[in-house]
Design a protein around this ligand. Structure first.
Ligand SMILES: Nc1nc2c(c(=O)[nH]1)N[C@H]1C(S)=C(S)[C@@H](COP(=O)(O)O)O[C@H]1N2
Ligand SMILES: [Mo]
Length: 523
């Protein structure tokens, strides 16, 4: 160890101290996320990148990685790793500067203690990192924070970010001081002393604590339910816990109903702000309507039906008095998600700010405390955790439009088999086929089933028709005419008797079209 270059070793120790400090910072950020809802770097980076990835590469990427959930997990690990690497780099720089200073000061003063220059450089790094982060994350910097009003949330989140970076710097100084050999120790050929052991123990404790908090965050994360489909036994009204879920988030917002406000602003004569009590005091409606995701595939279960209670958006907009030049309305979720549709659609009496779902407060994952319900448009436009509505004179784009989805987001007429499960042969006996048919806000007029791959068609029975805003549930008693393989097909007609588009097309970018076909073996 004696001939170990005195420049090398402190660099490695500095890098180690940097990793420890980065871990400490991660722990602080995880605690802030858990306790206050301060958005974590992984979320901010993921969401900023998310809306920039065009739809085709995005779907390709998901295809290659396996699922949206895996992509999210991978991005978290990526950010964690990058944080540790950056920590190591800054640690090494700090060690280098500290050491230079010591050499300049001469051996008598030499110690890994505070070097003024190193500390100044560290402060500059923190400052620059903070300014760059605030600029890069600006559009999302007001997100989460338990749904507190935007201005407050932005200042608080920016402040906590600075706190986290400063905490990193302070941890680095302390960790380096503990880990670095004093010149005396170097000459005594014992670079790793008792203090280093202590520091190692502290580092281990830190890693365990960080792991524990991350584990806590993981159980709150959306990994367990994002992409949940409503399959199998489909009932007219989907129970809340079986309602399909799609979210862009790693962890969905947990909004504090007391702190929450709904702002209505932009090109209006009277900007408004409502608290939850204010919203729930307004005249409300209960409206049953069906929601479907634009990325649902033919036959898929990203579709459900609920009775929503809420205030017609029109009522709120009329109170705010849109200026005559308004064209689009932009909806902002607490999670930084945005989407938009034309003012005319916003003024449709069926477009709601909903706060109850099937007689219960909106569940967390479905947008507590309030969301947009806009019948006729795909799920994307039904913004959850809504906290700001902006009226705009220009053509606006939402999160998924920026990725290249759309452009109209008008629900395609679609139908599918939901029962029985066709994964095993059926006996030669009549079998009840069941399914759903949905045409956005156009209603369903007719459903037909073919048992010969579309050569001939028979009308199905509509067992549940809800309203023009909901799906219909249909059934058809099919009596197989022979044993062997059969190809069953279903097709729906909307309220205007227009048949669904039968051309097979994938969900991206305009929503899937094509007929649901299943093969069944009769034994
Ligand atoms: N704020 C916010 N709203 C959102 C989303 C989101 O990630 N954040 N996802 C959208 C998508 S892609 C769909 S399909 C619907 C799903 O609503 P659900 O989970 O209640 O079924 O919410 C939409 N609203
Ligand atoms: Mo979606």
């Amino acid at each position: 160890m004696t001939d170990q270059s005195p420049t090398r070793q402190p660099l490695a120790v500095g890098a180690l101290a940097g990793v420890v400090a980065a871990l400490a910072m991660t722990l602080v950020q995880a605690l802030l996320r858990l306790g206050l809802g301060v958005p974590s770097p992984a979320e901010l980076i993921g969401d900023r990148l998310g809306e920039r990835v065009p739809v085709k590469p995005f779907l390709n990427l998901i295809g290659r990685i396996g699922s949206y959930g895996r992509l999210k997990a991978l991005s978290v690990f990526g950010v964690l790793l990058a944080t540790l690497v950056l920590g190591a780099v800054v640690g090494a720089i700090y060690a280098r500067l500290t050491q230079r200073q010591q050499r300049a000061d001469g051996p008598t003063l030499g110690s890994p203690e505070l070097s003024r220059r190193a500390v100044i450089v560290l402060a500059v790094i923190v400052g620059v990192a903070w300014v760059v982060s605030v600029a890069a994350f600006w559009p999302l910097l007001s997100s989460y924070y338990r749904g507190a009003p935007r201005g407050t949330a932005r200042v608080a989140n920016a402040g906590w970010l600075l706190f986290a970076y400063a905490f990193f710097a302070a941890s680095l100084v302390v960790a380096y001081r503990l880990l670095a050999p004093r010149p005396a120790e170097v000459s005594e050929n014992s670079p790793v002393g008792r203090r280093a052991l202590l520091a190692g123990g502290a580092g281990l404790g830190l890693a365990i604590a960080t792991g524990g908090v991350l584990q806590r965050l993981y159980t709150r994360s959306t990994f367990s339910y994002d992409g949940l489909q409503n399959n199998g036994d489909v009932t007219p009204i989907t129970p809340n816990d079986r309602f399909y879920v799609v979210t862009q988030n790693l962890i969905d917002p947990q909004v504090d109903k007391g702190a929450w406000r709904l702002e209505i602003g932009g090109d209006v004569e009277r900007p408004r702000q409502y608290d939850f009590a204010g919203i729930s005091r307004l005249p409300s409606v209960v409206q049953e309507s069906t929601l479907a995701c634009i990325s649902n595939s033919v036959g898929g279960g990203l579709m459900s039906n609920a009775a929503w209670k809420g205030v017609p958006l029109r009522q709120l907009l009329e109170e705010a008095r849109p200026r005559s030049n308004v064209r689009d309305v932009v909806f902002h979720g607490v999670d930084g998600y945005t989407d938009t549709f034309p003012l005319a659609k916003a003024m449709d009496p069926t477009t709601l700010v909903a706060y109850e779902m099937n007689g219960q407060a909106l569940p967390l994952r479905h947008g507590f405390p309030a969301r947009i319900i806009v019948p006729g448009l795909y799920g994307e436009k039904n913004v959850k955790w809504i906290d700001r509505i902006q009226l705009s004179a220009t053509d606006e784009q939402g999160f998924y439009e920026n990725q290249g989805w759309g452009p109209d987001f008008v629900v395609q007429t679609q139908s599918r088999f939901s029962a029985p499960t066709f994964d095993r042969p059926l006996p030669m006996a009549p079998v009840m086929l069941k399914g759903t048919a949905f045409a956005g806000d156009r209603g369903i007029s007719k459903v037909e089933v073919s048992a010969d791959d579309g050569a001939s068609w028979q009308p199905a029975t509509i067992d549940y028709s809800g309203s023009r805003l909901t799906w219909s549930l249909w059934s058809y008693m099919w009596t197989p005419s022979r044993s062997g393989e059969h190809r069953l097909v279903v097709r729906a007609f909307d309220g205007g008797a227009k048949m669904q588009v039968d051309k097979d097309r994938k969900s991206g970018p305009e929503g899937a079209t094509g007929l649901h076909k299943v093969s069944v073996r009769i034994s």
